[in-house]
Design a protein around this ligand. Structure first.
Ligand SMILES: CSC[C@@H](O)[C@@H](O)C(=O)COP(=O)(O)O
Ligand SMILES: [Zn+2]
Length: 223
């Protein structure tokens, strides 16, 4: 089996990820080859279908994908190089109830992850759109979105993420930010994860625009 032949059983999932890539690129959240996407295609042993590294996510080809195992390595020889951030997908996919992971690089995520970094995260609270997150039934919800320092040492970042996703008392929910880098979100399947990323981006944009509005209002009051 060559690297690409092994992808044959996963054509429906590949097509779904290509559609997601086109949508996220069009929204401006996955430009310049940034972002990576994955779905779980097997358990026991874990198998993840993930984007190959360095591809234009708005124009993913049918063979721009890799199947990896829980060590982040190709499940068979001869495949393309998987995403540089494969281990972040593996760690999320190893958690119960996670069937897909999406990572984006929107302008708002990039800026807010730096603005709120010194506080360790940011709160999303009071917005009706919070009900787009799985299991949330009221706008009177307080979602804490953590921010990790950016690094090229993905194995060490993956371990930090694992600690927070497996924290029994207060596990991270819905997603997290990486400083000046972007957003990771997950869900039970690709459909839910796609919704989570739209909800998260919407709420983060609200947060950013509210700060701008408050700044403009206080400037107007001073003048
Ligand atoms: C514009 S490059 C961004 C990358 O360094 C990385 O953060 C990213 O999101 C895409 O990496 P990739 O290896 O293609 O999955
Ligand atoms: Zn990235």
């Amino acid at each position: 089996m060559n690297g690409v032949e092994g992808l044959a059983p996963y054509r429906p999932q590949i097509d779904a990820l290509r559609d997601v890539g086109q949508m996220l690129w069009q929204r401006g959240w996955s430009v310049g080859t940034s972002s990576n996407y994955s779905v779980v295609v097997g358990r026991d042993p874990l198998r993840i279908l993930i984007t190959a590294s360095g591809k234009d996510k708005g124009r993913l080809g049918p063979d721009d994908f890799v199947v990896v195992g829980d060590d982040g390595r190709g499940a068979w020889p001869g495949q393309a190089k998987s995403s540089a951030e494969t281990l972040l997908h593996v760690v999320a996919a190893q958690q119960p109830g996670v069937g897909a992971v999406l990572h984006t690089h929107s302008v708002w995520c990039t800026l807010l992850s730096d603005y709120f970094f010194s506080q360790g995260g940011l709160v999303l609270e009071g917005y009706e759109m919070l009900k787009g997150f799985a299991g949330v039934t009221t706008h009177e919800t307080r979602a804490w979105i953590e921010i990790f320092e950016n690094t090229q040492d993905i194995p060490s970042l993956a371990e930090k993420v694992r600690e927070r996703m497996t924290d029994v008392a207060s596990p991270m929910k819905f997603g997290y930010l990486i400083r000046k880098h972007g957003l990771y979100t997950w869900g039970v399947d690709l459909e839910e994860t796609r919704r989570h990323i739209e909800v998260m981006e919407f709420l983060l944009e609200c947060t950013g625009r509210k700060l701008l509005l408050e700044g403009a209002i206080s400037a107007a009051v001073v003048a």
